[in-house]
Design a protein around this ligand. Structure first.
Ligand code: G6P
Ligand code: MG
Length: 238
């Protein structure tokens, strides 16, 4: 028998696979409502302020405050009520002091189920992690939860970045992972929309209707392992 014919198209050397540019390189975790149930603490502090001020705050409006800045939240709480700039600042300060008193009570046991495990597993898959929040209190919250040193970057409301989307972009730049390879983990409609607007995938946590912009939605991170999550996210197109 002669030598097997080598077909023209048969590569003799296996080509080096192209770099996996579409692979996931970073997770950007929102803080309030994702790592801890602090969205509930924000909401409760706004409710107490509304009661003190004799304002009515219905459940839908209270829910819609998730992901909004402190000033945008107060505008929504005030509704038609007009106040001076001085009073507006006083009210923001009151709400913040109230909220910070609740933050002081947080401990590592308040980390939401599944988040800690995921933060621990992801680096093993070569994934970089950042915390991204509109809150000026994100660092104290992460500190109380014992999570501060888990993140390669923290971009929050104290940084000179004006919108949620720009905070995501800033985190992607700090981590040196292009936006298309970033996954944002978010519980708010605003956050999910901003992530998609800037070409990032979004893992929504909570109500599927409110998070219809997200790439996929889970009720929570409980029981979600990094390997399966990465497989699902990689297979789901942008
Ligand atoms: C996050 C929360 C919002 C909060 C905002 C500002 O985005 O989801 O509810 O209003 O941060 O937080 P801060 O702690 O600075 O008032
Ligand atoms: Mg949130």
């Amino acid at each position: 028998m002669g030598m097997p014919q080598i077909l023209e198209s048969t590569p003799r050397i296996r080509p080096t696979p192209a770099p996996a540019t579409n692979s996931i390189g970073a997770f950007l975790f929102d803080v309030d409502g994702v790592l801890a149930d602090t969205a509930r603490l924000h909401e409760a502090a706004w409710r107490r302020l509304a009661i003190r001020e004799g304002l009515s705050l219905d459940t839908d409006t209270a829910r819609s405050l998730r992901g909004l800045s402190r000033s945008d939240s107060l505008r929504r709480v005030l509704g038609q009520r007009r106040v001076t700039q001085h009073r507006f600042n006083e009210l923001m300060e009151q709400k913040n002091c109230d909220y910070l008193r609740q933050v002081e009570q947080l401990t590592p046991t308040d980390v939401l189920p599944g988040s800690s495990e995921l933060l621990e597993e992801l680096p093993g898959f070569g994934i970089r992690v950042a915390a991204v929040s509109a809150s000026c209190n994100a660092r104290p919250v992460l500190d109380r939860l014992g999570l501060l040193d888990r993140f390669a970057a923290v971009v929050d409301g104290t940084d000179d970045v004006s919108t949620t989307g720009h905070r995501f972009l800033s985190a992607s730049a700090v981590l040196r992972v292009e936006p298309s390879r970033c996954v944002v983990v978010e519980d708010s409609t605003t956050g999910a929309a901003a992530a998609r607007q800037f070409g990032m995938k979004c893992l929504g946590l909570g109500d599927a209707t409110a998070l219809c912009m997200a790439t996929m939605v889970f009720e929570s991170l409980r029981g979600v392992d990094a390997r399966s999550l990465l497989r699902w996210l990689t297979r789901t197109p942008h």
